[in-house]
Design a protein around this ligand. Sequence first.
Ligand code: IVH
Length: 704
Amino acid sequence: MSKTISAKSPAQLTEKQAEKELARLAREIAEHDKRYHAEDAPVISDADYDALRQRNTAIEAQFPQLIREDSPSLRVGVAPLEKFEKVTHAKPMLSLGNAFSAEDVEDFSDRVRRFLNLKDQDLIIVAEPKIDGLSASLRYESGSFVLGATRGDGQVGENVTLNLRTIADIPKKIKSKAFPPVFEVRGEVYMSHKDFAALNVRHEQDGKQIFANPRNAAAGSLRQLDSKITASRPLRFFAHGWGEVSSVPGETYWDVLKFMEDCGLPINPLIKRCESVEEILKVHSDIEVKRSTLDYDIDGMVYKVDRLDWQDRLGFVSRAPRWAIAHKFPPEQAVTVLNDIEIQVGRTGALTPVAKLEPITVGGVVVSNATLHNEDEIERKDIRVGDTVVVQRAGDVIPQIVRVVTEERKKKSKPFAFPEVCPACGSHAVRELNAKTGKLDAVRRCTGGLICPAQAVERLKHFVSRNAFDIEGLGDKQVEAFWQEGLIKEPADIFTLAQRDARGEFTLSDWEGWGEKSVTNLYRAIEDRRTIELERFVFGLGIRHIGETTARLLAKTYGSAEEFIAALEKSGDQAGPAYQELLSVDGIGETVAEAVAEFFAEAHNRDAVDRLLEQVRPQAFEAPNEESPVTGKTVVFTGSLEKMTRNEAKARAESLGAKVSGSVSKKTDIVVAGPGAGSKLTKAQELGVAVMSEDEWLDLIEGG
Ligand code: IVH
């Protein structure tokens, strides 16, 4: 398990510790999400990632009052690329919670039973393979396929209709008379092993990109701007759900699957209807055995409550339905030799060790790098260069080293000596002492700051990255080349490139790999970014601990670049009002506040920001519209409820943005009182708080 998971069980944590850990988890998970979704460059395994999320959920369950506004459990992935038109999903495309053991599956079944208050009734569950592809939504109107979208961040995806129309499995017209006038099919786009291998052979011959695995190949193929390219890629589709529908053609999930199949939509042939947890687990192990003989990748099973009325009652909790769960297969492993340990220097000076492996196939993919996380991890596992190691890969993230095969260790091998100087600039690399915990930071950092070329380049790469300034045509490679030539040293320099080129200081179109057209496009892309959303600007500064979510929070808090800079320049004085104001922002803790204060305390950072502001105009922050009549309201349920359980009521209210509290105070906005309500009702009346019945409440939230 990752080093970043604390050993204490959530119940052992004090509230303060829990708060701190939730803050750290939010930050880490956001960072991993960014690396996975936006940069396609994950640094931890799926299993470690899942462990972080699980830990977050477990602590939140123990301390619901501490759930953060930027909690990872309220988010799925990150925003889509901007190349395609955006599509707002009529119904969000959500994610699934995970189960890793038979016990987790039992817990799932127990939770469902408790929530629905089931006594002796059977709980039918449909078990189906979890296809390792990418999800898509297909909208049919009057039987015609009219709009197709990727999931994106779950709320807004990309319009890939033309590309989806090239997939032979997807009917363009559905003739069945019973097909509802509006029907959004949800499912998975994937590529078969055979097709994947043939595609890579073809690409190798033509000197084109080789894909790491079928999932990457499917994703790369679906997100082509030219649908002719997609058409030449053999994609397939399995339906596994639906979004907006004018009417649901069945009372159970199973019925609707059969209906979709009759309408010509492809349904996975291994789907089973199960009557008990034992049966589910049997299907899981049967399919796990069968897994290697299937011609497509699956990474687990998905279990779904069959009765749709029960699904409705169960609803969603943050990013995932309560009526479904993914039961993952254990990750695949292989044995190989560790040839070297390379140290990479990141944007904030963190020294990250990367294992260079003798290439080996793990679960059908050739692996030559693995993550080693940090110094302690290497020491804990006593990983040495030359060792024979067990490598594990789950999904398409960077693999990790599980353990050393010590029996095979060479006699002369020595423990790995982690460098104490930065490999890029030779400055001391230190592990800071965390004043609050009294412990050494897990990460060793280069102290070279501005003189460290590795940090400077990484900061520039961050600045132009997708979630920051997102300058098309200016990727990692180009940033490195400009840096090498001494043309960009800080962000502001990017915006003077065109001018300097025109003045004849250099001629980009003479460089290898650059033609007139690509130069014009690059300068236009840079020009386009002179106007920039405030949160991108803040995120782009690359301040330590400021991920996208915090950047957004800061943008929301200060509203404009002027306010932001003015306030934060004063925040260096940690006893002063500016620092205290920053700390009082909900969602900003000491770590972030200190990082911001430290950043602005440095004159060279302030100067670099000033120079950047001479070039760009950050837009004032625009708050999105509120969505429901109860968003932001504090609600108390009291007395007995007749149409739903207390849990269900709470969950629904929260999913609409309300805060549910257990006691009535001046801050309460609404008290929903059922028969038998007592002191809470009296108190509400005394305080003049709005009181309504369960039916009135339902009318309000259902827009009646
Ligand atoms: S149901 C609201 N069923 O897994 C729940 N998802 O980890 C919707 N996936 O985003 C998901 N096979 O892309 C479902 N048989 C299956 C699936 C499946 C693969 C993907 C899907 C989803 C992701 C969640």
